[in-house]
Write a protein of this length. Structure first.
Length: 337
């Protein structure tokens, strides 16, 4: 009797989920610093802000590449539907990330046009973040399909819901960025980051409330999952923990703790990620295809997983090493050159 093939879909789901999660957390704070950069008028403080992320920003984007390749390799049907549906915001995001990356190089080497590169750094970070939020909103809402093909237009992703999720992510990344600056800076800049963090936290909680109430209205199955009995009791800890974390971050931003605001902001993202997972599981093309329906053949998954399991520890090691090497406070006399 033939043995059924090993089900690799849960493993690939974990790899893809971790890739997206690490990208949001790690690239999220440096995009947040980029957005806050535009609100700071002092040139010396701006240089410190850029120096705080200069050694590690490009490594953070490794997770974006890994997640994209993982989606293509392990879930080709999902890739074929999702990418055409969100092609426009992804294009804007990639262009914004390119200009943002160029600003790191040219700001220090092209002093004559430094103002231009400052704008590229700030607006590139903002556009990239907003585009990612639009992609997330479009993903939650789902896509127009006919069988296994996307049949909508490239602008279907621009809906009121996706625009709200775009704004929500701006506040979320801003909060992460403020938390990072609190860890990496001191004195007046650190106090400024605390003030910006409090403003971003208010925006985050308003946005979380709006999106959390709006998401169950997107699809009856999501509404049923959250508000039917006994699910409403079993899932009650999710919003309660989120509120507790928000209170924790608010108090930390008013105190002297340095790591707590960033850790609390990470916790808020974990809860948001968990909420989305609860709403959509096990769909990878929301309201159309499950993870198993969209997965590649078992032989393809096995072949690709061998390389991925070798590559993943390498990425984790050099990411951890880079953060360890560049730990501590950033100073004006040690920076990106």
């Amino acid at each position: 009797m033939d043995q059924p093939p090993l089900d690799l879909v849960p493993i690939w789901t974990l790899v893809l989920g971790l890739s997206v999660f690490f990208y949001v957390l790690l690239d999220g704070f440096d995009l947040g610093v980029g957005m806050l950069y535009g609100l700071m008028g002092d040139a010396r403080a701006r240089a410190l802000m850029m120096n705080s992320i200069a050694p590690i920003w490009d490594g953070n984007e490794t997770w974006l590449v890994l997640g994209s390749i993982g989606l293509l390799a392990a879930f080709p049907l999902a890739f074929a539907i999702i990418i055409p549906a969100v092609y426009f915001p992804i294009l804007v995001m990639l262009l914004a990330l390119i200009f943002r990356g160029l600003s790191f190089e040219f700001r220090f080497k092209d002093a004559e046009h430094r103002t231009l590169w400052d704008h590229a750094f700030c607006y590139g970070s903002t556009l990239a973040t907003f585009s990612q939020g639009v992609v997330l909103g479009a993903f939650i809402q789902g896509f127009q399909t006919d069988g296994r093909q996307f049949t909508g237009s490239a602008l279907d992703c621009l809906t009121p819901f996706s625009l709200v999720t775009g704004l929500a992510l701006l506040f979320g990344y801003g909060l992460l960025g403020a938390g990072w600056l609190i860890i990496k800076t001191e004195g007046a800049l650190q106090e400024w980051a605390r003030r910006q963090g409090r403003r971003c936290l208010v925006g985050v909680m308003i946005a979380v409330g709006v999106v959390s109430l709006w998401t169950p209205l997107v699809d009856p199955d999501i509404f049923e999952r959250w508000f039917s009995w006994p699910n409403v009791a079993l899932l009650a800890p999710v919003p309660l923990v989120t509120l507790a974390l928000a209170l924790f971050v608010w108090r930390a931003l008013h105190g002297n703790a340095e790591a707590a605001p960033f850790a609390g902001a990470l916790g808020l993202f974990v809860m948001a990620y968990l909420g989305i997972t609860i709403s959509l599981w096990p769909m990878i093309v929301p309201h159309r295809f499950t993870l198993w329906q969209a997965a590649a053949s078992p032989s393809s998954q096995t072949f690709l997983l061998l390389g991925t399991l070798f590559l993943l520890p390498v990425i984790l090691l050099y990411t951890g090493w880079s953060y360890w090497v560049f730990r501590g406070k950033v100073r004006a006399d040690i920076g990106y050159h």
